[in-house]
Design a protein around this ligand. Sequence first.
Ligand code: SF4
Length: 474
Amino acid sequence: MKREQISVFDIFKIGIGPSSSHTLGPWRAAQQFVHRLGYELTQVEGIKILLYGSLAKTGKGHGTDIAILLGLSGDDPVTFDVSAIDDKIADIKSSGQLLLGGSQEIAFNDSDDLLFLYLEQLPFHPNAVTFQALLANGRAVSETYYSIGGGFVVQEGATPGTGKSEVDLPFPIEHAADLLHWCLKTGLKISEVVLENELAWRCEADTKGGILNIFRVMRECIYRGCHTTGYLPGGLNVARRAASLNKRLIGNIPYQDYGEWVHAIRATGDSFKNTLDWVSCFALAVNEENASFGRVVTAPTNGAAGVVPAVLQYLIVFCDGFSDEKIIRFICTASEVGSIFKKGATLSAAMGGCQAEIGVSSAMAAAALTECLGGSQRQVLMAAEIAMEHHLGLTCDPIAGLVQVPCIERNTMGAIKAITASQLALQTNPDKAKVSLDAVVKTMWQTALDMNSKYKETSDGGLAINIPISLPEC
Ligand code: SF4
């Protein structure tokens, strides 16, 4: 049986906020379209972009238009200077010119060429974008892409997958039961199974180096978010809270950098209330950065990018210290759980509501924490199951289509639930479990199918319609 092959670096991707499905995915789709043009790039005179379904309905708030213009301009979300976004977009709009692929100058009119089709939806997936390049010879090249969650993109007519070349994985995994089978057969921990599989794509040193780079971006994001004040963009006037919370919690303890900050946090004590406040602070910090078009790591999505780093930071600060090896184990375990949810259900809020984002990230973090705290492989899977079980049915209803309310606070909830789930699993004999991880994955998918589209990232229901807002005209 053919199984989807998902690497750690497919689940954890460095990018720019605020949304993996509505920002990073469309950005990648635009890059793919430019690449698809190939030698015809020099023939392009104009371009039309059509946004469908959820990309149309919440695309403005999620920065879909911005991401697409940057992708078409040949910029990359991993390396693009986030502080240059506003100027670059303003330049394209005021000049009426877009440098397609960074080299081909074409006329571009925002209101005529980038269309939000609020009432239209394509059947394959709610997040769809069509690009149409108009060539000098009168021909048009047109392609449709679907952003299927977590920054994954599928071109219409292509087989869904990660775009990587097919390899022979020593431990092919589709379900949690497969993973457990390999663990029990070999005695390997979940993170060790993952590392063995990663060897099929690259050497161990490159994998470990890449994972530590992922951690570096997460760490910098938390630290930046905990030291940046002000209001979030978008017009909702949401005040950033992580920096003031950090200041209040840390008091007068001095520090100069991330390493000293970790020691300073430890010095504030480990009472339940203090720990709870810090975990919330870490999660708020990441998602305030995400909402500000900052550099984040999808984990497994941008909207839920705060849960895994917050729980990892909790491990680093409040548990038994940390090492590179422990960080690698944490990220590998989290990624395998995310990959099981992607294969058996979805990572897309437009398909499954917020259970697909915060629910999955909480399950990933719970599993990773449990392995790092010495849980058995079955306890690790049990922790993931518990975390998701209590996110089932969680709706996605972002106010004004912005990834701010309820999204930012929701990351704090996902992180705390992950820690609770981990503790429960560590205190429980897995033989007594009534629900398996595979059963909860299946339940999540069935719930996703039953969920009304109002609660799937459309801003047509829930908080999005019950909170009065008045956004400035733009
Ligand atoms: S409500 Fe949840 S799924 Fe929806 S945008 Fe916010 S974080 Fe993402």
